[in-house]
Design a protein around this ligand. Structure first.
Ligand SMILES: [Zn+2]
Length: 128
């Protein structure tokens, strides 16, 4: 095409109406260095460079949406684990016919009741 292109503007320019000679290809070679200099400092080009940098970061580390999704899946898995332990405790106490509550359930109490004591042991909520 006998033209000069700017990679970042060609691939990452989304604003229409801005100077796009380097996006479509600049074939007028006269005073090219001054045109390149002007383009390199233009706001449209700088915006495209930021978009390109963000693209490279996202491509190497995964998208924000994927990270959020992974974090959400981890949270769901952790909560399922807690819920299974709670259900196990409820089933055990029900099977043995033991009361859930203790006489005193404060953290200073020697015995906070079977449910809280089992929960603390299985989840490691507080020191025994
Ligand atoms: Zn550019």
């Amino acid at each position: 095409m006998d033209a000069v292109f700017c990679f970042s503007c060609r691939h990452f320019q989304t604003d229409s109406g801005v100077e796009d000679s380097f996006r479509k290809g600049l074939s007028d070679w006269k005073k090219l260095s001054s045109k390149l200099e002007k383009h390199a400092h233009s706001q449209a080009h700088l915006n495209c460079m930021v978009k390109w940098d963000n693209y490279k970061v996202t491509a190497s580390s995964g998208s924000i949406a994927a990270k959020l999704s992974r974090s959400h899946e981890d949270s769901v898995e952790k909560n399922r684990s807690y819920l299974c332990k709670i259900v196990d405790i409820v089933r055990l106490l029900s099977k043995l016919g033991l009361p859930f509550r203790g006489h005193r359930e404060e953290s200073e109490s020697e015995s906070r009741g079977d449910f809280l004591e089992h929960l603390a042991t299985r989840l490691g909520l507080w020191k025994q």
